[in-house]
Design a binder for this molecule. Structure first.
Ligand code: MN
Length: 264
């Protein structure tokens, strides 16, 4: 082998190493933004009382976190560990307070359900976070809807297939602005309710959660490394149910502005 070809190999090896680094999911920054053939939108949620926006990295959702809802979904609330699924970040539909946002009835379903939920937004991350440190990660809270194509979720579950199509679809995560913990404190015991066309459908208090937000963060961090920008839909109380086009959903959590959508 000549010196020239040796040098060539070394150089291509160095390029491959550099390529491997570039190839991992490291987002570009303004300073070293990669050149791309098109742009992909980032996802942001407004921060109440601020000109800043909260950048969303991942959307985690906890299942069956209120005893009565676990029972209505056919499981035993006393034995089940918290379980998590994700929605894509572009499932976010920002709903400004004081407005009724149009929310499109999705394709493929004949049984479209609401689930009102408290959402915790993280500004810090980590792995294996102890429960007594977990709330330090929480930047703020929002009111959210975990909209669900229940027939598809159940159908896939019955076939022991992933029920992603029932949960993780476009605009399945309406959300209001994020309220900073620094201004509001943590949400642990207030009322949470949801009305359809003025009629109360879901009603509970946050202290009915089986796993608190601190416990959710702690458990989640055993399965995934958490990062700033992760948000957690913390589960819904009992009495989930269907909506049809024309219905208006109103959601409430004590201390947060109400969130309303009209199914169109
Ligand atoms: Mn849910």
């Amino acid at each position: 082998m000549t010196d020239m070809s040796k040098r060539g190999l070394l150089q291509s090896g160095a390029l491959m190493t550099a390529g491997a680094v570039v190839g991992c999911a490291t987002p570009g920054t303004a300073a070293n933004a990669p050149v791309t053939p098109f742009t992909v939108a980032d996802t942001y949620v407004p921060i109440a009382g601020s000109a800043e926006m909260f950048p969303v990295r991942r959307i985690y959702c906890i299942g069956r976190n209120y005893a009565a809802h676990a029972i209505e979904m056919g499981s035993d609330p006393s034995r089940e560990s918290p379980f998590f699924f994700q929605k894509p970040t572009d499932a976010i539909q920002v709903v400004p307070p004081g407005k009724v946002a149009d929310h499109p009835y999705p394709t493929l379903t004949k049984n479209y359900h609401y689930e009102v939920e408290l959402v915790a937004a993280l500004s810090k991350g980590g792995r294996n976070i102890p429960i007594d440190k977990a709330l330090d990660l929480v930047y703020g809270y929002a009111l959210g809807l975990d909209m669900t194509r229940r027939d598809l979720q159940r159908g896939m579950g019955d076939q022991k297939k992933p029920w992603e199509i029932g949960k993780s679809f476009d605009r399945s995560a309406p959300i209001g602005p994020i309220h900073k913990v620094a201004q509001t404190g943590h949400y642990t015991k207030g009322a949470i309710w949801l009305k359809v066309n003025g009629q109360v459908k879901q009603q509970a208090t946050l202290n009915h959660m089986i796993w608190s937000v601190a416990e959710q963060v702690s458990k989640l961090s055993e399965a995934f490394e958490l990062f700033p920008g992760d948000i957690i839909y913390s589960g819904t109380p009992e009495n989930v149910g269907p909506v049809v086009k024309g219905d208006v959903i109103e959601c409430h959590i004590d201390g947060l502005p109400e969130l309303s959508v009209k199914i169109v």
